[in-house]
Design a binder for this molecule. Structure first.
Ligand SMILES: [Zn+2]
Length: 224
């Protein structure tokens, strides 16, 4: 299966990396790209969706820009153009978009309807995406592009929204899953669709150790 976000993004978007090391805000933090799609990796910028209060990995607009580069949504040259900007309210809009996308994606996976308000919000964003999109001829074909010169600090949010809308309208929704432990999202590309955890080194490993603990406890109970 190949996921084709139709666009704006460059080819690197399709190249998945397991993890990149960056410094987020004050603390060193590892950006984990386990979603298999930049829009899902964007949803996974919350430490754990089941946890309250939420630990957000997007604390500043700079954090969001660094995520954009790690996820292949922004080119290095674009990162340089955005670096040092406060984003002019874009961080708030990114977080709001992430909330809406989280609810809509979660509802799709769970086979539930989304709220009118959430669908309305996404539709409004889709209009904004369209208003900032222009066409370029690249290698004999047309490519839809959202560029920094036109969209400014909104470029990251609009590209993510565009990629997310493409994903959520595609056949790949059948393979969308969320981790039962932390609520992170991913595309299950395994042949028999057996992937359960966001990552075997985190949630998968702790589930295994819990099972081990239960077995050990049951064995002790059996002894006694
Ligand atoms: Zn997880």
């Amino acid at each position: 299966m190949v996921i084709r976000p139709f666009l704006p993004v460059n080819h690197r978007m399709l190249v998945r990396r397991q993890a990149s090391f960056y410094t987020w805000g004050m603390a060193p933090y590892e950006i984990e790209l386990v979603g298999g799609h930049p829009a899902l990796d964007f949803l996974n910028t919350v430490h754990d969706w089941t946890e309250q209060p939420r630990r957000d990995r997007l604390v500043t607009f700079g954090d969001a820009v660094r995520f954009g580069e790690a996820a292949g949504v922004l080119e290095r040259v674009e990162v340089r153009a955005l670096e040092g900007r406060d984003g002019g309210g874009e961080l708030t809009r990114l977080v709001a978009l992430r909330d809406v996308l989280q609810r809509v994606t979660d509802a799709l996976i769970g086979g539930r309807a989304s709220s009118e308000a959430d669908l309305e919000a996404l539709a409004t964003t889709a209009v904004e995406v369209a208003s900032r999109t222009h066409l370029e001829r690249v290698d004999g074909r047309l490519r839809r592009v959202i560029d920094v010169a036109d969209a400014g600090s909104a470029v990251l949010r609009l590209r993510i929204a565009d990629a997310a809308l493409a994903l959520l309208a595609s056949d790949d929704t059948e393979r969308l899953k969320s981790c039962p432990a932390c609520g992170w999202f991913f595309v299950d590309t395994s042949r028999n669709r057996s992937r359960r955890w966001c990552s075997m080194s985190t949630c998968g490993a702790s589930a295994k150790s819990r099972r081990y603990y239960r077995r050990a406890k049951a064995a002790r109970a059996g002894d006694g």
